[in-house]
Design a protein around this ligand. Structure first.
Ligand code: PAF
Length: 282
């Protein structure tokens, strides 16, 4: 596996590599990222993983400075998982001059997480567009845990005709249901015990939707209360139409139930897709 820090060296390495399957990350990798890498193996000759903590997507009060940088440990895991190339550029390599051209995401990027993290998705679309141009992959893989991010990136690829295919991969969970996330490492032992409640309240909504409940505001309010009464600060719990990410209107076949909430200084997000005519345990 090659660890490459410059665009020039990366492009020289990829010139003879064949179709690339690309996994963009910010590092501090966990089993969810490694599953994406293994999945990527099935979609290209050469698996490229980028590790770049992108300043454009962090707000001024967010954790850009403290976001864990664990390149050596990440590379050891990526080698095991079968990556061929790690692209780990510096901020100066990605932004040699202040970035004046940015990709404006669609209006849905101003809702849900975007309502609480102004500018976040514009930072994501801009860096992902740059990475796509640098790496020129045939396929790129993103986790469904960042559901709104995946939705916005799919829209960007479609509307700007990027010549690649996007694959969304299922969220990996700990045994108690907590979605794997780099930010779980911020949780105190006590908060780690509490953290799976977010998934439980979302599952509860899913169960009720499957039983025919359609009072979305009521479902959201009950979930919010269940979190708040256990010490959470809730940004949102929201039932959405998965095809548009908008609030459901009329008949909906596929919902997604999303939540974002804080435990102490850690913001957790999670979501569950719901096919209304699907059967089986939620
Ligand atoms: O999901 C992430 O890790 C980041 O938002 C991404 C897609 C690598 C862009 O910086």
């Amino acid at each position: 596996m090659d660890v490459i820090h410059t665009i020039e060296a990366l492009q020289a390495r990829l010139r003879i590599a064949g179709p690339v399957a690309f996994v963009p990350t910010m590092g501090n990798l966990h089993a969810g990222h490694l599953a994406l890498v293994r999945n990527a193996r099935e979609h290209g000759n050469c698996v490229v993983v980028s590790i770049f903590v992108n300043p454009l997507q962090f707000g001024p009060a967010e954790d850009f400075q403290t976001y864990p940088r664990t390149l050596d440990a990440d590379c050891a895991q990526l080698e095991q998982a079968g990556a061929d190339v790690v692209f780990a550029p510096s901020v100066a390599e990605m932004y040699p001059t202040p970035q004046q051209i940015e990709i404006v995401p669609p209006p849905i990027a101003g809702e849900l997480c975007g309502a609480f993290r102004p500018g976040h998705f514009q930072g994501v679309t801009t860096v992902v567009a740059k990475l796509f141009n640098i790496v020129q992959p045939a396929v790129a893989l993103f986790g469904k845990k960042d559901y709104q991010q995946l939705f916005v990136i799919r829209a960007m690829v479609r509307e700007l005709n990027f010549p690649l295919r996007i694959i969304g991969a299922e969220t990996l969970r700990a045994e108690d249901g907590l979605a794997l996330s780099s930010r779980n490492g911020y949780l105190s032992a006590q908060d780690r015990q509490e953290a799976p409640r977010l998934y439980r309240v979302l599952r509860n909504i899913v169960g009720q939707l499957k039983s025919g409940a359609r009072d979305y505001a009521g479902l959201e309010g009950t979930a919010r209360q269940a979190l708040e009464s256990n010490g959470w600060r809730v940004d949102y719990v929201s039932v959405r139409d998965a095809s548009t990410l908008l609030p459901p209107a009329g008949k909906v076949n596929q919902y997604v139930v999303l939540g974002a909430a804080w435990l102490g200084a850690t913001r957790l997000i999670d979501n569950i897709e719901v096919s209304i005519d699907s059967v089986g345990p939620v």
